[in-house]
Design a protein around this ligand. Sequence first.
Ligand code: SF4
Length: 363
Amino acid sequence: MDKLQIASFTGAELVALADERLPKGRGAARAIYRRALRESRFEPDAHGLSELGVAAWSERFALDLPRVVRKAEEETDLGPTAKLVLALHDGLECEAVVLPMGRERTTLCISSQVGCKMGCTFCETARMGLLRHMTTAEIIGQILRVRAEGYAVNNVVFMGMGEALDNADAVIQAVRVITDPAGMALGQERVTVCTVGRIDGIKKLAQAGFRRLNLSISLNAPDDALRASIMPIARTVSLSQLQAALIEYRPRENFAVGVNYCLLPGINDSAEHAAGIASFCEPLGRVMVNLIPYNPGGAPLTRAPEEDEIERFIGQLREHGLPVRRRITKGRSVMAACGQLGNVELRRKRRLPTSPGAEPSAD
Ligand code: SF4
């Protein structure tokens, strides 16, 4: 019998499952859940249960965390940036990045898929293709493992490997788990889901009813032709369709959508592009433009923008009245900056079973 992964569930769900499936030891469900989600530990014998109760929990439930394969750190003014390569149960790997934000706050950038099928030309992960979706337990496992390695996690962003809303059901359940007061208890305002513009996923997110969750979209080009040349999703989802979906997505009165823009010198950094971004944002109400200077990876699309090019573009956006936040490029030397996640070597593992009968899927 496959064990149920505790990190797949909210506290209430675990209590209900314990009631339904355990002959003994049900009463410890809340305490077991809290310890698992807050301390990354599953210790059924630490809650005063009888031997039968401990055995019942151990037979039916587990908290399998990914293993750290590699860890690279880079010192920054705000503290260490760390990229952790984590092995999942089938030998495939995902990546999580710890980003110091100052004042002892830390953001963890997590993956939702192994690889990605979206094919954005500026992105290292795209070169892997999609190997498989991650489960909710695997998504949560990244946070638990990173905490177990001694890093604080105050904010979570779904901007690691994968398109979060291509795996919407697992990601939505992960948001429920992350924000459940019975366990991890991060406020919804501390979690950001990022998408290239999966309108079906945005609708699912709206139905899930997270009122304080942050949503950001990767814009990267303000016209359909340019966007389609660097982001294949734009061939099927036009900017006006994306705009309409965002106008509809109103989880709360003062909601501000994040508009991420990876600055690619010579490609999307002209004054016309800045004006185009302003037109795109105009009907959206409150927005925050997050400007991400391009980080060249293994097969660079262009060079990194110079400091004065970044400043000039930010100035142009502000002249159009847009609030702009520049993402500090942390972790470039450990390939942990935006667009740099992804291990091309992993593509080879797609056809290499890690144990007899364990063929990694490539859906
Ligand atoms: S930028 Fe995001 S959606 Fe696009 S290929 Fe990379 S991981 Fe996928």
